[in-house]
Write a protein that binds this ligand. Structure first.
Ligand SMILES: [Zn+2]
Length: 110
C-alpha cells in the first residue's frame, strides 16, 4: 500500500492512515492566527464638538489592526483615525489627512 492512501473500513468509510510515531504530520498542527487592534492616542485638539456643542478637548486616535500569528503581531491589516470628545464621548471618523492636519494644528499652538 502506498503512503498517504486511505484505508477502507468494513463499513466502507475511508479512514486516514496513521503516520509512524514521531513523524511530523500536518493534520495535527495547530495554527493560531487572527487580528488584534491597537489604539494609539495621537494628539489632543480643542474645538466645538458636533454632538454636545461645547468647546472641549478632543482626543485624536489611530486604531491599527494587525495580523497575528501565534499572538505575535506581524503586519498591519487596516488603519483608521477618529476623534473622541472628552465631554460626551461622541466619536467621529477622520481621514488620515485630517489626523495629520490635527497634528500640525497642535504643533503650531505649542
Ligand atoms: Zn461632545
Amino acid at each position: 500500500m502506498r503512503a498517504g492512501a486511505g484505508l477502507q473500513t468494513r463499513r466502507g468509510r475511508v479512514k486516514a492512515e496513521r503516520a509512524p510515531p514521531g513523524a511530523p504530520t500536518l493534520d495535527r498542527m495547530i495554527l493560531l492566527f487572527g487580528t488584534r487592534a491597537f489604539l494609539e492616542p495621537i494628539v489632543t485638539v480643542t474645538f466645538v464638538c458636533a454632538f454636545c456643542g461645547l468647546s472641549v478637548p478632543q482626543q485624536v486616535y489611530r486604531r491599527v489592526n494587525r495580523f497575528t500569528l501565534f499572538f505575535i503581531p506581524l503586519f498591519t491589516v487596516s488603519r483608521r483615525h477618529f476623534v473622541e470628545c472628552s465631554n460626551c464621548g461622541g466619536t467621529t471618523a477622520l481621514t488620515e489627512q485630517q489626523a495629520h492636519h490635527a497634528l500640525q494644528w497642535a504643533a503650531a499652538r505649542r
